[in-house]
Design a protein around this ligand. Structure first.
Ligand code: NDP
Length: 333
């Protein structure tokens, strides 16, 4: 079977030599321990992966050179050890990595039961890290009240498009920031934001003033966009630092020039990491699944076929090639 490992650490952008493919043979499951062999069906591609291959302190240890690239995925149990609580044929999720097969300890795998009206890949999107990040970020950091003006950056991506919809659902006026006219149209027509702004337009800064002063900023991008929004805060504004994708490839991340507005506007800026909310996942997944089933939450997938495409597809997150959730189809379900 094939797996893709970290070959070298990129200095800035991910390069063709950053990853390499290896072919291995399957080994037997260890007797007496709860283990399963999983055939991977889908893998999630996430901006956080740029962080995983950086040799720096973070919320997870860095992937080492020669290790399988870390990635969340979906798969099917094809072999279950004698002590395993799983059975062959069950659908599971876990951090399988960029591989066609993975031997996993039971404790590192969760069974996936796909409700009617929901697709299994929703568990890598609305019902997975992306959706839950939007859900808990909004609930715990944004302190959103009906009538608030909320801005979401990276709005046409996986987390962003869900944050926009949850913002609307909570009664906010939602402004989106994204990198193309097509994305802005999708956000306004499908996702239902009040207005979307293309940050690549030469008139963006001027156009954005149309949004007026804002109460909540759900930021996925950081850098210049965060700095600009700082100048547009209402008194008591809340900023949820979800991500800073504009800085992930930077050799020298950009400092903020306009942070003093936080003082004059008595505003709060607060980072958060979704891994701190695992205990609350089941209830949130149930609530979000209801939204998918009744059609009130919309989603879009950008599907790439074949494990070998993962290293070339990952940079798409940094060039804006995806709308909605970027996933790799590794094998048939
Ligand atoms: P997306 O699906 O949003 O893909 C990334 C998007 O970011 C691209 O499509 C691109 O869209 C935009 N982008 C890339 N580079 C830039 C740039 N230089 N300036 C502005 N926009 C840029 O990815 P996710 O939804 O998976 O992740 C969104 C954010 O959420 C990331 O920052 C990620 O790290 C963060 N995150 C945080 C978590 C947490 O626990 N705090 C958990 C999960 C994700 P465009 O065309 O608009 O430029």
């Amino acid at each position: 079977y094939k797996r893709i490992v970290l070959n070298s650490r990129p200095v800035a952008d991910i390069e063709p030599t950053t990853f390499r493919t290896e072919t291995l043979s399957l080994s037997d499951l260890k007797p007496g321990v709860g283990e399963v062999l999983v055939q991977i069906t889908w893998l999630s591609l996430d901006p956080a992966m740029r962080g995983y291959i950086r040799d720096a302190r973070s919320y997870l240890p860095p992937v080492q050179i020669g290790e399988t690239m870390r990635a969340m995925g979906l798969g099917v149990v094809v072999q279950a050890g004698s002590q395993s609580k799983f059975s062959v044929g069950e659908q599971v999720t876990g951090a399988f990595g960029w591989t066609e097969f993975a031997v996993m300890k039971d404790k590192n795998v969760d069974k996936v039961t796909v409700p009617k009206g929901v697709q299994s890949i929703d568990f890598l999107n609305t019902l997975g890290t992306s959706g839950l990040t939007a859900y808990f970020g909004l609930r715990d950091i944004c302190d959103l009240k009906p009538g608030d003006k909320m801005v979401v950056s990276g709005a046409a991506g996986s987390v962003g498009s869900i944050a926009c919809q949850l913002g609307k659902r909570a009664g906010a006026t939602v402004y989106a920031i994204a990198g193309s006219q097509d994305k802005c149209e999708w956000l306004e027509k499908e996702i239902g934001v009040d207005k979307a702004f293309n940050y690549k337009s030469p008139t963006f800064r001027q156009d954005f003033k149309e949004a007026g002063y804002i109460d909540v900023f759900f930021d996925n991008v950081g850098g210049d966009i965060l700095d600009m929004v700082l100048t547009r805060l209402n008194k008591g504004a809340r900023i949820a630092l979800c991500g800073a994708i504009s800085q992930y490839n930077a050799t020298k991340p950009k400092g903020l020039q306009n942070y003093q507005t936080l003082i004059s506007m008595r505003a709060k800026i607060h980072g958060f990491i979704i891994l701190d909310y695992t205990k609350e996942f089941p209830a949130a997944i149930e609530e979000m699944a209801r939204g998918l089933v009744d059609g009130s939450i919309k989603r879009k997938f950008h599907i790439v076929e074949g494990l070998e495409q993962a290293p070339v597809a990952l940079p798409m997150l940094f060039s804006g090639g995806n709308t909605g959730k970027l996933v790799v189809k590794v094998s048939e379900e």
